[in-house]
Design a protein around this ligand. Structure first.
Ligand code: EPU
Length: 420
């Protein structure tokens, strides 16, 4: 198991390139199942979750050509075995993204139910109910979802009781090949949903309203191949921006979409950080003075992303005053708190709120990553901590950050990967 060894105390400086978005690349890869033609995808981040999705596609019989750092070509082909086995799904919940496209195109799917998760229960009941509304018959047996639609899916209105990102994506992918019109109400508005709709449209789908709470889809007979570039990873860009802020540095985060980071930028400015879009795809983040505490509540997009909550909390340990960080999306996403406390942070948890008192001088310690974004917060804390921090279980970070140690080292951080 790899670990990061970080010697804190260096202000990050320089320019860093953002990778393609993991959470956009995952549904894009699933969307390739909707056609037998090749789909060429650019800017796919080479992270563990993507490798898992590629493994799943290959397992079903799709051909995946990976040029290394360049584009990835996926050919769904005519005959796929529409099965997602437990062995793959248990390592990545986003595997459930294949459910919609498989039922849409092959009229049947057998997908393992994901099990527990470190950040919350995370059921996929809304995905299943949505598919049922499109006419699929869903049964659960032996830990698997068996979905069938012998006569194909039929367009319908699907209203989500609560906003779900991959649920919206799953139903969107199912609906593009359904007969007639589907209306998704209370849809997720995340940029990743918009990116998926853009890819599907290039493949021949008819979609209106992606990025708003109501998405309308007119089903088509078939989809064809396409070429698409994945959007920038706003969570990676946000993590790097917080890295600049927490270390009192000056960083240009290049190749990002500043409008996708509006909520974070607003908080950073209130906290006393200079944030400026110096080009349409560059955010310059600079801090020269002290940080002020600013409360934050996670929300669905365009609110503050839950995927940046842990990193923001690390930042607030360095801010003057009390910051209340409220987690509204997941019920158990404070696993980083006891680890930050081991680094001398002062944080008290009260239900879904963390009360962070700062500024505290963090001290390097041996800490353990519990999930993807929690590991990012520990790395950020390590960058400002006095002395050495060892972050264990870096495999969590490798699920979603492409060469993060290389990017941080390029900005001057003293970070290295050690293999145990
Ligand atoms: N929910 C249900 N039933 C469902 C679906 C969701 O109760 O059928 C609940 C969840 O348990 C959660 C809330 O609704 O409390 C929102 O969950 P959502 O479905 O939106 O999350 P997701 O689609 O499973 C995606 C990202 C997550 C990100 C969340 C929220 C991907 C592959 N994953 O998950 O990313 O935190 O949206 O923005 O897009 C990460 O990258 O670290 C990560 C966890």
């Amino acid at each position: 198991m790899d670990r990061f060894v970080i010697d804190g105390g260096v202000a990050l400086r320089g320019r860093v390139e953002t990778s393609g978005a993991k959470n956009s690349a995952l549904p894009a890869l699933a969307a390739c199942l909707l056609t037998e033609d090749p789909v060429i995808l650019h800017r796919i981040p080479r992270v563990k979750d993507i490798r898992t999705m590629i493994e799943l596609l290959r397992h079903m019989g799709a051909a995946v050509e990976d040029s290394g750092n360049g584009p990835l070509t996926v050919t769904g082909g005519a005959n796929l075995e529409p099965v997602a086995p437990y062995e793959v799904v248990k390592t990545m919940r986003a595997s459930s993204l294949v459910l919609g496209p498989l039922v849409g195109r092959f009229r049947r799917a057998r997908v393992s139910l994901p099990g527990g998760c470190a950040i919350g229960a995370r059921p996929i009941d809304l995905h299943m109910r949505g598919l049922e509304q499109l006419g699929a018959r869903i049964e659960q047996t032996h830990g698997y979802i068996e979905a069938t639609a012998p006569n194909g899916l039929l367009g319908a209105t699907v209203r989500f009781d609560r906003i779900t990102v991959t649920g919206t994506e799953d139903i969107l992918m199912a609906a593009v090949l359904a007969r007639g019109e589907t209306v998704i109400q209370n849809a997720a508005r995340e940029p990743e949903v918009v990116d998926l709709a853009a890819l599907l449209t290039k493949m021949g789908a008819s979609i209106e309203g992606a990025g708003t709470p109501v998405i309308r889809i007119q089903g088509v007979e078939r989809l064809h191949g396409a070429e698409h570039t994945i959007i920038a990873d706003r969570i990676e860009a946000g993590t790097l921006a917080i890295g600049a802020a927490i270390t009192g540095g000056d960083v240009e985060v290049a190749g990002c979409v500043p409008e996708h980071l509006t909520a974070l930028c607003a908080k950073l400015r209130l906290a006393g950080v200079d944030v400026e879009a110096t080009a349409p795809d560059v955010l310059r983040v600079r801090r020269t003075g002290p940080l002020r505490s600013v409360d934050m509540v996670t929300e669905e997009h365009p609110g503050f992303a839950t995927d940046l909550q842990a990193q923001y909390m690390a930042l607030m340990t360095q801010a003057e005053g009390i910051a209340i960080v409220s987690e509204r999306i997941f019920e158990n996403r404070f696993m980083h708190v006891p680890e930050l406390a081991r680094m001398s942070a002062s944080i008290r948890i009260d239900g879904n709120q963390a009360i962070v008192a700062g500024p505290r001088r963090l001290t390097g310690a041996h800490v353990m990553a519990s999930d993807l974004r929690a590991s990012a917060s520990l790395v950020l804390a390590g960058l400002v901590a006095e002395g050495q921090t060892i972050v264990d279980r870096v495999y969590h970070m490798d699920r979603g950050y492409e060469n993060i140690e290389g990017k941080l080292a390029g900005l001057g951080a003293r970070i290295r990967r050690e293999r145990e």
